[in-house]
Design a protein around this ligand. Structure first.
Ligand SMILES: Nc1ncnc2c1ncn2[C@@H]1O[C@H](COP(=O)(O)OP(=O)(O)O)[C@@H](O)[C@H]1O
Ligand SMILES: [Mg+2]
Length: 306
């Protein structure tokens, strides 16, 4: 299944640096290479905005784990701080639908995190191959909603919910991962002023505009974009350039999902459109309310073949 091409030419925007990074600044690991005297590289698993993930053997414990390497050697301190911040946030979260992160380390100028190794593929890869059934989409959205409910309940906003950061394991359990852009709801201003964080295709209007402040509703919007994609097979807003795309998030009403997929039961469409409301206060009040709304969709999920 791997490697796959990203669905969008734009990676995560990290402090204004658009990705993918030029090959010259990406330093990859090779199989059998040992990192920090402890992790032997087995194979490449995936890459995101500013890091690359490998399957490695932890030679101390003789077990397989995933190792996420910050792909920028000699990275500026703020990038390193942000990269390592992920451990702090995720450590406070323990949930079956959230990827477990073990440790942070460095090997000279290379910084890395170790994480639970997952088997399966991220939702971006799944969606590149096929359209999920309504029942699958409903199950995955529910898993994502309970993961967000847990994170938000502990004061953590994810801020980069998108298919590449949602992993579907072999047995069909969805895990929310990559808290690299996460933010504490209780600590103001970890983001440099004017910096745009997020992925344009999934960015809520308030994330684009910088006002009102990002909140749990910001993650719900991004999940709404994912839901739209699962039910219709396309993104609600598309543009080749990130800036015009961000303006579509703010200004344009999405084409109702049933215009594209007339078979989709109306209650599904209502949930998706509520998640995509421009004003955060018009979305669900929290992830728990979304979970409740999703639970009511089950009777419709098996009505007709998707
Ligand atoms: N623990 C893991 N097990 C298996 N694959 C993983 C794991 N973590 C990440 N991946 C793969 O690597 C990709 C990038 O990981 P991610 O944490 O999102 O990095 P980034 O911060 O660079 O976006 C994911 O989309 C996924 O395909
Ligand atoms: Mg990612």
């Amino acid at each position: 299944m791997r490697p796959s091409t990203p669905m969008s030419p734009h990676g995560t925007l990290l402090q204004g640096i658009a990705t993918p990074l030029p090959a010259s600044v990406v330093r990859g690991l090779v199989p059998a290479q040992v990192v920090a005297g402890r992790y032997r590289v087995e194979r490449w698993l995936g890459a995101g905005g500013s890091s690359t993930v490998y399957e490695v053997t932890d030679l101390h414990r003789n077990e397989r784990v995933a190792l996420k390497l910050l792909a920028v050697p000699h990275a500026e301190p703020h990038l390193v701080t942000r990269f390592l911040q992920e451990v702090q946030y995720v450590r406070a979260l323990e949930h079956v639908n959230i990827l477990r992160v073990f440790d942070a380390g460095s090997d000279g100028e290379r910084h890395f995190l170790t994480m639970e190794l997952l088997e399966g593929s991220d939702l971006r890869q799944v969606l590149a191959e096929r359209r999920p059934t309504w029942a699958e989409a409903l199950r995955w959205l529910t898993h994502a909603a309970v993961a967000l409910e847990h994170a938000h309940g502990r004061g953590v906003l994810h801020r980069d919910v998108k298919p590449a950061n949602l992993f579907v394991t072999r047995i069909g359990v969805l895990k929310l991962m990559d808290f690299g852009l996460a933010k504490s709801m209780h600590v103001a201003g970890t983001t440099a002023q004017g910096a745009v964080l997020g992925t344009p295709e999934y960015m809520a209007p308030e994330q684009v505009m910088g006002t009102p402040a990002v909140s749990p509703a910001t993650d719900l919007y991004a999940l709404g974009v994912v839901a739209y994609q699962m039910f219709t097979g396309q993104l609600p807003f598309r543009h080749e350039q990130p800036v015009p795309l961000m303006f579509l998030q703010v200004q344009q009403a999405p084409v109702p999902p049933r215009t594209l997929c007339p078979d989709l039961p109306e209650p599904f469409e209502r949930v998706v459109l509520k998640l995509l409301e421009k004003r955060p206060e018009d979305r669900y009040p929290d992830a728990a309310a979304l979970r409740t709304a999703l639970a009511k969709l089950w009777p419709y999920a098996f009505k007709a073949p998707a």
